[in-house]
Design a protein around this ligand. Structure first.
Ligand code: PMP
Ligand code: GLU
Length: 399
């Protein structure tokens, strides 16, 4: 029998970040001395008090199904966090806990979109946004942003992209892949446009705590409170608390929408892991000492990475204000020759770097930004220095 797959799969591809990461790990497992700048995850261990809370939950037999939308204790802790840290008011019925922020976004698009509905996505964007929209039969509509403008959206371009079919606009600041943080003035301009257009606003705040500029972190609902009733905040535990493998994220938003997302989760994955949720309560309510130490180290790594990249002729790198990614411009290197053959683009360059220099970096192309590479600096300073040396050797070998 030949397997006929669903038509909707034609619109999507495997996650380029996850596949490159897997490829680098497979090479390392075979003994290759790979330097990986691919992983979108902190290299730090999960703080001990978080692990202890999950272990205690396991030992106490907290190993059964729990409420689909999240245990009340965690939902209350999220409500409290949103109120005290983000100045946003929600009730527990407006919160849905899922298997990661990615899952929250997946549920959201499944609940929101009908065939042909449009979602505005600013480029460069996180690789999974367009595919998740398409999996829900929606249509991604891209709005370019530029490095020169610090990747702040141009309000006129946003206005042009909005249509009666627009159901949502996604924001991600600090951004994956650029690390750019949208300042208040940029958010205000965008808010002005969105006030006149009735659509949902999705703010993916997963990197909010990884901020290298003076805070507090602000999203669209903070700068324009009238948008709050139609804003969905997406966040999670992976990045700030170094809990990627725990698979926990959440969405906070309009009650009807959260209810619909919960129904989808009810009929698909049910509750997120019970004991992970106990760990997450400790994450939100425990000390921030470990997080502060991680942030200080990330900042030092960022500076090392950016100065090292800018010292390589042909590479230009903007200083990111947040997250743990740099997005160097390697446009000048494209078209130059490696081993007698021209470099065709960022995907080709990333292949050469991995195969011949054992350096894993995600190409810019799947982030909607050709001419760039994404380097994660969520790795040690020694590894960063080693990787930069390899990149410099590669550039020196070009003719
Ligand atoms: N949003 C962005 C912008 C991301 O980079 C990621 C990748 N981890 C996620 C959401 C999803 O994270 P998780 O599912 O691990 O919570
Ligand atoms: N978001 C991270 C990244 O961009 C983790 C991998 C993924 O889910 O895409 O690398």
């Amino acid at each position: 029998m030949s397997i006929v797959l669903a038509k909707r799969l034609k619109a999507i591809k495997p996650s380029p970040t996850l596949s490159l990461n897997a490829k680098a790990k497979a090479l390392a497992a075979k003994g290759a001395d790979v330097v990986s700048f691919a992983a979108g995850e902190p290299d730090f261990d999960t703080p001990k008090h978080i692990k202890d809370a999950a272990i205690a939950a396991l030992n106490a037999g907290f190993t059964k199904y729990v409420a689909t939308g999240g245990i009340p204790e965690l939902k209350n802790a999220i409500v409290k966090k949103l109120k005290t840290e983000n100045k946003l008011e929600y009730t527990p019925e407006q919160i849905l806990v899922s298997d990661g922020a990615k899952h929250s976004l997946y549920n959201l698009f499944q609940a929101l979109l009908s065939p042909g509905d449009e979602v505005v996505i600013f480029a460069p964007y996180w690789v999974s946004y367009p595919d998740m929209v398409q999996l829900a039969d929606g249509k991604p509509v891209f709005v370019e942003t530029s490095e020169a403008e610090g990747y702040a959206p141009d309000p006129r371009e946003l206005r042009k992209a909005l249509s009666p079919k627009t159901r949502a606009v996604i924001f991600n600041s600090p951004s994956n892949p650029t690390g750019a943080v949208l300042p208040r003035a940029a958010l205000e301009k965008v808010a002005e446009v969105l006030k006149g257009h009735d659509c949902l606003i999705v703010t993916d705040d997963i990197y909010e705590r990884l901020l290298y500029v003076p805070g507090p972190f602000e999203n669209l609902a903070n700068v324009e409170p009238s948008l709050t009733p139609r804003t969905v905040v997406v966040n999670g535990f992976s990045k700030a608390f170094s809990m990627t493998g725990w698979r926990l994220g959440y969405a906070a938003g309009p009650k009807e929408l959260i209810g619909a997302m919960q129904m989808i989760q009810d009929q698909s994955t049910s509750n997120a892991s019970s004991f992970s949720q106990k760990g997450a309560v400790a994450a939100l309510e425990g000390p921030t000492t470990d997080l502060d130490a991680m942030l200080t180290e990330f900042k030092a790594r960022r500076d090392l990475m950016v100065s090292g990249l800018n010292a390589i002729a042909g590479v230009r790198c903007r200083l990111p204000e947040g997250a743990f990614y740099v997005f160097p411009n390697i446009g000048e290197l494209i078209g130059r020759s490696y081993k007698g053959k021209p470099i065709k683009g960022s995907v080709h360059m990333s292949e050469i770097l991995l195969e011949d220099f054992l350096l894993a970096a995600v190409p810019g192309e799947p982030f909607g930004a050709e001419g760039h590479l994404r380097f994660s600096f969520a790795t040690s300073r020694a590894v960063i220095e080693k990787g930069l040396k390899r990149l410099a050797e590669f550039v020196a070998s070009l003719s």
